[in-house]
Design a protein around this ligand. Structure first.
Ligand code: AMP
Ligand code: ZN
Length: 483
């Protein structure tokens, strides 16, 4: 596939260190709050990327961290500890907060058909490894101790890598929130590998280390977790665009200093989900979650569809109107698939192969998911049998994960249930929309009429009317429908 690499600023043919195998790493969530739908945009696009690579035939080894320690309010090591902030907000322990929001994150992912990576490693589970890598960086002269903390010395790198093709707005994220200068730093961009002189007296999680009791910096966790599980050569590193600088810049510096050779072959950054008032952000406290979408009656997969309609390298503006449009289009698509017949029919393999070839070329052009969706409509319109259409749609859905055939089958079942004769009693048949409680009332009304209790019959009719249900009398029974 061709994929834009944000380190080289070019769309390039994607290659891996070991042919046929992708070592892939994803920056995981900081679990001090629910993930917002902006965070989840990044995870949706990364999920499609992983699935597309598998679809192309690669074996993928995908690793993700869970940040449960060390991420301060500013990515440049200043401000409050985010986990501590979450614990205080809810009057719970940091570990309780981490467990609760990690579970909530994976629940949201499941609702959005986001596959869980092969390895998920909470940072607090690998502290010894971080200490070992920091010790090596000190031994190699890439790190120094100052004021009790251990810092990475960026001046020791031949080129301290900076991702510089992003909006100033995005680049500024890392330095915007905390402005106080850390006087222990030898160079402005140096960053903390291990904190012992914490600003927070009540720092909940602390570990012993050669430099005193403390806790790791945020950046070191991703380098260590990736190097442990992906090995020395990483093929693909993913994250939201705000992670590019300083987080990914620092990951590269640490990993290459430690390894002594280039580390990561390809950088994939997903641009932000924005609202009218700017980037959706957890720290601002006002954000949209998957649960909120559900409460408002949206299928979470309609949000996935919304995300797939736009390119990952463009900002995406969220509005209820935009989501409504996507939800409407998704429903229509499912309806069209539900109308396909010929489950038992034969698949035209030549036509199917042609469709797949086109899909691979379209989506393989820098993960063009909106073209992937266009391919679905092309299949539906094509002059081939329904069995072929069904097979090809199922195949594309291995990448897009929109539950196309499952949703279509569920819709067909619902429609069949609604069309079904609901109940009959004493030679009187009620046809309705599959609600037994309503059927029972309609039957009661029929009995009341038979017993000439017209007042009761009218009362029931009015009661149903108040529920938005209309009854029509037909020979031998009645039919009801929601209006
Ligand atoms: P966090 O939980 O803050 O560490 O962020 C988790 C992931 O979401 C990271 O990859 C971020 O870069 C990404 N992210 C944060 N805000 C947004 C946003 N508004 N739109 C898309 N991705 C985001
Ligand atoms: Zn990371």
């Amino acid at each position: 596939m061709y994929l834009y690499d944000s380190a080289t600023h070019k769309k390039e043919e994607f290659r891996t260190h070991t042919p046929g195998r992708v070592e892939m790493y994803t920056c995981g969530p900081t679990v001090y709050h629910f993930a917002h739908i902006g965070n989840l945009r990044s995870y949706i696009m990364e999920d499609v990327l992983e699935k597309f690579l598998r679809y192309e035939g690669y074996e993928v080894d995908r690793v993700m961290n869970i940040t449960d320690v060390g991420h301060l309010a500013s990515d440049a090591d200043t401000g409050e500890d985010k986990m501590l902030k979450g614990a205080k907000r809810e009057n719970k322990s940091v570990m309780d907060i981490a467990k609760f929001y990690t579970d909530a994150f994976f629940d949201d992912c499941a609702k959005l058909n986001i596959k869980t990576p092969d390895v998920v490693q909470p940072a607090t589970g690998l502290i010894d490894e971080f200490i070992r890598v920091v010790s090596v960086l000190l031994d190699k002269g890439y790190a120094y101790v100052a004021g009790g903390n251990v810092y990475f010395d960026t001046s020791k790198m031949e080129r301290y890598y900076v991702f510089n093709d992003h909006d100033e707005e995005d680049l500024a994220v890392g330095v915007r929130e905390g402005v106080e200068e850390d006087r222990n730093k030898r160079n402005r961009n140096d960053f903390v590998l291990w904190f012992t002189k914490s600003k927070f007296e009540d720092q909940a999680l602390k570990w012993d280390s050669p430099w005193g009791v403390g806790y790791p910096g945020w950046h070191i966790e991703c380098s260590c977790i990736s190097m442990k599980y992906n090995g020395e050569y990483l093929d693909l590193h993913c994250g939201g665009v705000d992670n590019a600088f300083p987080h990914h810049t620092n990951e590269i510096a640490q990993s290459e200093a430690y390894l002594g050779h280039p580390w990561c072959g390809h950088w994939f950054h997903v641009h932000h989900l924005n609202t009218d008032s700017g980037k959706m952000s957890k720290s601002k406290g006002e954000f949209l979650t998957v649960s909120l979408l559900e409460e408002k009656g949206y299928d979470p997969l309609a949000y996935r569809f919304f995300c797939l309609q736009s390119h990952y390298r463009k900002g995406l503006v969220f509005s209820w109107e935009n989501l409504d449009n996507a939800a409407g289009a998704y429903d229509k698509l499912i309806k069209r698939i539900a109308a396909l017949t010929g489950e038992e029919g034969e698949v035209d393999e030549t036509a199917a192969a042609r469709f797949k070839e086109k899909f691979l070329a379209q989506v393989g052009n820098d993960l063009n998911t909106s073209m992937g969706i266009t391919c679905l409509y092309d299949v539906l319109k094509a002059p081939v049998g329904d069995a072929t259409k069904r097979a090809v749609l199922a195949s594309f859905d291995r990448v897009l994960s929109l539950s196309l055939l499952e949703k279509a089958a569920a819709l067909r079942e619902k429609e069949a249930a609604q069309a079904k004769t609901a109940s009959s009693s004493g030679g009187f048949t009620v046809q309705g929309e599959g609600d037994p409680a309503v059927d029972a009332l309609v039957l009661q009304r029929a009995q009341a009429k038979k017993a000439k209790d017209f007042a009761e019959a009218d009362r029931i009719r009015d009661e149903l009317k108040a529920q938005g249900i209309e009854i029509a009398d037909v020979p031998g029974g009645a039919v009801w429908k929601k209006i």
